[in-house]
Design a protein around this ligand. Structure first.
Ligand code: LLP
Length: 431
């Protein structure tokens, strides 16, 4: 069920008409639905429950660590934290966000290939659940930093299972040629090395093979490879207490049909259970996930107002007040986002390229869309909840959009619009 739907010809977020929100909060505006967020998280939580994997169950339970990079607004993190979510972070800044949002640092895992010493220190200080270490030099640095802090760092090694996620090359991360994780063939040696370090405690294994996957077959293939590695590690006396399969499940932008989360988790848990019972006499092994897009992607839209219509010989342009700095995905990946009029008109539609005011030909949001619009009308760029605001920039000294969270018939302003003065507040004139 979509939480963005038409009522009397006007697109609503839950019970609120989007044109009223634009009037109140201005444009461009990111609008999120709390009910959609909740439903998307529940798809994961319910599948865990169905498989008997409650948070601290005898089987090791499950932990869903929402991937903060997909949408890091404090209100979004707060909603998910209250639902029991953990968090997958990639910077010290994201950790501070989680804490500011009331999230539990003991449910935080720290991914990323380039963790700095300060970030490690901060994470140790907050006693995060686990560092997802991506290289041997990183594990040595972490050992040092933990030693200085008088702590032991819990780690899992991110292994690169060399599985083709069959997604856009920019968001495919599990192949040999990607910069992420340690090569599958090197993983055993890396684990031996890590296990011998005094301030490191090996607790898990993880992988993440890519994003916007429609099929779960590559994920299950990666799972099989991870399981194989756990068996080898166990035979060398290195015990693994959790396996983290990453995020990656896709969403519908256009007509894609991603595997339902419940089906994927059902198949994954069935494999894990059969193996765990056979090989480990039912010893506890926690299963973790790092979903981002499938939680928040379809829970948000970007509202934008049509400024000008330019009707040309070969093309018509709808120049809107949002741009590539607000939603970078089309310019960066040629990503397709649905464009819906907020208020439906009876007039004849024309074909438009929807473009922003930024001085780049790459500044487009949608190509060749049939739209019946006039200047001043509002458009909604659909499925913009994930990697929308978090990838926004201030290019062309454009303040980033405001953000609103809708909860039934209430709208909460969860981030104010940036003013130009905010953008140069940290700058000064030399001399
Ligand atoms: N875990 C790790 C280690 C990741 O690198 C990512 C995403 C996730 C989890 C969450 O993946 P998801 O469930 O959202 O697929 N900016 C791109 C997507 C980049 C994904 C980066 N990593 C886009 O707009 O499509």
């Amino acid at each position: 069920m979509s939480h963005f739907s038409y009522r009397d010809g006007v697109l609503h977020a839950e019970n609120l008409p989007l044109n009223a929100l634009a009037k109140q909060f201005g444009s461009p505006l990111y609008v999120y639905s709390k009910a959609a967020l909740t439903a998307n998280f529940s798809a994961y939580a319910d599948a865990c429950k169905k498989a008997g994997r409650t948070e601290n169950g005898d089987n090791g339970g499950a932990l869903i660590c929402y991937s903060v990079k997909s949408n890091s607004n404090l209100a979004v993190l707060n909603v998910l934290g209250k639902l029991g979510s953990g968090f997958d972070i990639v910077s010290g800044g994201e950790l501070l966000r989680v804490i500011a949002a009331g999230g539990d640092p003991r449910k935080v895992i720290f991914s990323g290939v380039g963790k700095g010493r300060d970030e490690m220190r901060l994470a140790l200080q907050h006693d995060i659940l686990c560092f997802n270490v991506e290289s041997i030099p990183e594990v040595h640095r972490l050992n040092e930093v933990a030693g200085e802090a008088g702590k032991r760092a819990r780690i899992s090694l991110r292994v690169n299972p060399n599985v083709d996620a069959k997604t856009h090359p920019y968001i495919s991360t599990g192949l040999k040629e990607n910069k992420f994780g340690v090569a599958y063939e090197d993983a055993l040696a890396c684990y031996r090395d890590a296990a011998a370090l005094p301030n490191i405690e090996v607790v898990g294994i993880d992988c993440h093979i890519g994003s916007q996957l429609l099929d779960d077959a590559p994920l299950l293939e990666a799972l099989d490879k991870v399981i194989e590695l756990i068996d080898q590690l166990e035979s060398e006396g290195i015990a693994i207490h959790h396996l983290d399969i990453g995020g990656g499940i896709g969403i519908t932008y256009d007509d894609e049909q991603p595997v339902p989360v419940g089906d994927y988790l059902g198949r994954l848990f069935a494999r894990v259970e059969a193996w765990r019972k056979e090989k480990y006499a039912g010893r506890a092994i926690k299963v973790m996930f790092e979903p981002g897009r499938s939680i928040v992607g379809n829970a948000g839209v970007l509202l934008t107002e049509v400024q000008y219509l330019k009707h040309g010989e070969t093309k018509n342009f709808a120049v809107v007040d949002a741009a590539m700095n607000d939603l970078m995905r089309p310019a960066l990946y040629e990503a397709w986002h649905g464009v819906q009029v907020v208020q439906q008109r009876q007039d004849a539609a024309r074909t438009y390229d929807v473009v922003g005011p930024v001085c780049e030909s790459g500044d487009w949001l949608a190509h060749s869309r049939e739209l019946a619009i006039e200047p001043g009308d509002l458009l909604a760029l659909m499925s913009a909840g994930a990697y929308g605001m978090t990838m926004a920039s201030n290019y062309n000294t454009r303040g980033r959009a405001a953000e609103v969270l809708v909860d039934g018939d209430k709208a909460h302003l969860i981030r104010k619009r940036e003013n130009p003065a905010d953008l140069f507040a940290l700058e000064s004139i030399a001399g």
